[in-house]
Design a protein. Structure first.
Length: 95
């Protein structure tokens, strides 16, 4: 647990220098998930996915939204985002 806190603190420090780095938010989500801090993990993953979308990386965004779905499978907004990205990337077979 203590090492997870150090990881989170380190990632937060990096995010101050590089606030538009989706990988850092994904790592932050992973660290929160490890501590079972689900709401914070979902928020970090959401930010990561949004940044990937802004950077025109829909496949990476899909991957992050899938991680979110594993934490909160009944979240309609996640499903809607995934459906939209599947259509955008013509990956409807994955839906």
């Amino acid at each position: 647990m203590a090492s997870s806190r150090k990881v989170i603190k380190g990632i937060m420090k990096q995010l101050k220098k590089d606030p538009n780095n989706p990988k850092l938010y994904q790592q932050l989500g992973d660290a929160y998930r490890e501590q079972n801090r689900i709401d914070e993990a979902l928020n970090a993953y959401r930010k990561s996915a949004e940044l990937y979308e802004q950077q025109s990386k829909p496949q990476a965004a899909i991957s992050v939204y899938r991680q979110m779905l594993s934490l909160d499978p009944k979240q309609p907004l996640i499903n809607m985002k995934l459906a939209s990205l599947y259509v955008q990337t013509d990956s409807t077979g994955d839906a």
